[in-house]
Ligand binder design. Structure first.
Ligand code: NAD
Length: 455
């Protein structure tokens, strides 16, 4: 099938590459000319395991092309995916300007029956706005080309995106209940058939429910994290071990083990913005989502939990102190720095006068950009942050090491070696990666989240 992808970010690129890999002819379009140039030259603008190989293979086979030519891109696709960003607007609602700009381009150039797929995470009712935008453009040029807008939200996880896309737990498909909607559903079923071979994973529903499902999923996941973080803070006060509690409740099949880890707060491009956008949708419909208000507030506080522990240990004035940081990306196997807890923690340490040396296996370039933007008005603070490309180098001479992302390479370090390079053998662990006993044996003072021995 001929497929067009609008937006070559984490979702668009993965979608395009995986659909090309099963034999479709995919054209990927982006307004970012640098991004397209990088892709055309065989480069990769994002870090996603396995993606580079799939893109190279399908470019080589001529099934995957990249362009900044919007007209050619739209004319190419029988199915056109909108996979552009939907960042938080000032009031917390999803900013739909990129989605609607894409819709406008589709209306401007589509020439035959087209299935328009909302792949971006968009609030309930967006498909109707996309439809109206396209219809307006078609009317302007007197075109009677037919189309149908489908909601097909994406559930991939950065860092495991290829696997999630090609072996999805479910494919949510929201189509209109009319003849065009039926035609669109059939085309989408054909497109996804190769992923449904072993068992049918597609959940068919109406468009609004599909749009809502994506927010409900992310809101539930964020809730589990904030729930565990709040209990972890209580566990510290009452002398319980949140990790033992996690195992204790996870064994209940109604609860399950997944997504129950206490830590230094959730980040990333999705949970924070989607929780806010859902709250905003509720507000606009005269309902307050009190649980999500708490989820969001608990998370904001949790991003400061390690800073609080550090200040409790070293005092409010961190002038002359230095800290090593392992992990900058919001989670392992990605270079994504959006809403990463590291941004909050490092900014707070710098604010208190500390020096920081930080290391991440793949996010250093993104981190450089993120901190330059965050600390734009504080050049002196920024000058006290060094990004280093060696794990042990970050810890060398530091008053303490702070672990913020659960990269594999951080899981089993040489504790004795670590104790030697640190000025003070102290570790603050925002991901509960280590066995307290192993660190005690290496003579390291250990602070983690919600576990005994934590400060
Ligand atoms: P991203 O920021 O990585 O990529 C968006 C891309 O769209 C950029 O390359 C940008 O240049 C391009 N773009 C913007 N406006 C455009 C336009 N008018 N025409 C063409 N290209 C345009 O975003 P992402 O992380 O891939 O997320 C995309 C959507 O998918 C969001 O709604 C997000 O919430 C959702 N989503 C993301 C993830 C994730 O893990 N990143 C998972 C599921 C869903």
């Amino acid at each position: 099938m001929n497929v067009t992808i609008i937006g070559c970010g984490y979702v668009g690129l993965v979608t395009g590459a995986c659909l090309a890999d099963i034999g479709n002819d995919v054209c990927c379009y982006d307004v970012d000319a640098n991004r397209i140039a990088t892709l055309e030259q065989g480069g990769m603008p994002i870090h996603e395991p396995g993606l580079r190989e799939i893109v190279a293979r399908n470019r080589g086979a001529g099934r995957l092309t990249f362009t900044t030519q919007v007209r050619a891109a739209i004319e190419h696709g029988d199915i056109v995916f909108i996979a552009v960003g939907t960042p938080s607007g000032e009031d917390g609602s999803a900013d739909l300007q990129y989605v609607l700009a894409a819709a406008q381009e589709i209306g401007r150039y589509m020439a035959r029956f087209t299935v328009v797929v909302d792949k971006s995470t968009v609030p309930v009712g967006t498909a109707e706005r996309v439809r109206a935008t396209i219809a307006e453009q078609l009317a302007l040029r007197g075109s009677d080309a037919l189309f149908s807008v489908v909601s097909n939200p994406e559930f991939l996880k950065e860092g495991a995106a290829i696997d999630d896309f090609t072996r999805p737990e479910r494919i949510v498909l929201g189509c209109d209940d009319d003849a065009l909607g039926e035609r669109a559903r059939e085309l989408m079923k054909r497109l996804y058939a190769p992923f449904n071979r072993n068992h049918e994973r597609t959940l068919h529903m109406d468009v609004r429910s599909a749009e809502f499902t994506k927010y409900a999923a992310n809101a539930m996941l964020a809730t589990r994290i904030s729930f565990m973080n709040e209990l972890a803070n209580l566990a510290e006060r009452v002398g319980a071990d949140i990790d033992a509690v996690r195992r204790g409740i996870g064994s209940d099949s109604r609860i399950g083990y997944h997504f129950l880890y206490a830590g230094c707060g959730y980040g990333g491009s999705c949970f924070p913005k989607d929780v806010h956008a859902l709250m905003r949708t509720a507000h606009e419909n005269e309902q307050e989502l009190r649980i999500l208000q708490a989820v969001s507030a608990v998370n904001a506080a949790q991003k400061q939990v390690l800073a609080r522990k550090i200040v409790a240990r070293f005092g409010d004035d961190l002038n002359g102190r230095s800290f090593g940081v392992w992990g900058l990306a919001f989670k392992p196997e990605t270079d994504d720095m959006r809403e990463a807890p590291s941004r909050v923690l490092i900014a707070t340490l710098l604010e208190h006068g500390a020096r920081v040396a930080a290391y991440d296996p793949v996010a250093l370039e993104e981190a450089k950009r993120a901190f330059a933007a965050d600390l734009d008005s504080k050049p002196e603070a920024l000058s006290r942050l060094t990004l280093v490309d060696d794990q042990m180098e970050a810890a060398k001479g530091a008053d303490a090491l702070v672990v913020l992302t659960e990269w594999k390479a951080f899981k089993s370090p040489d504790f004795a070696g670590l104790a030697r390079v640190l000025k003070h053998p102290i570790v603050f662990d925002g991901r509960n990666l280590y066995e307290p006993l192993a660190l005690a044996e290496a003579g390291i003072e250990y602070h983690s989240i919600g576990r005994p021995g934590a400060s």
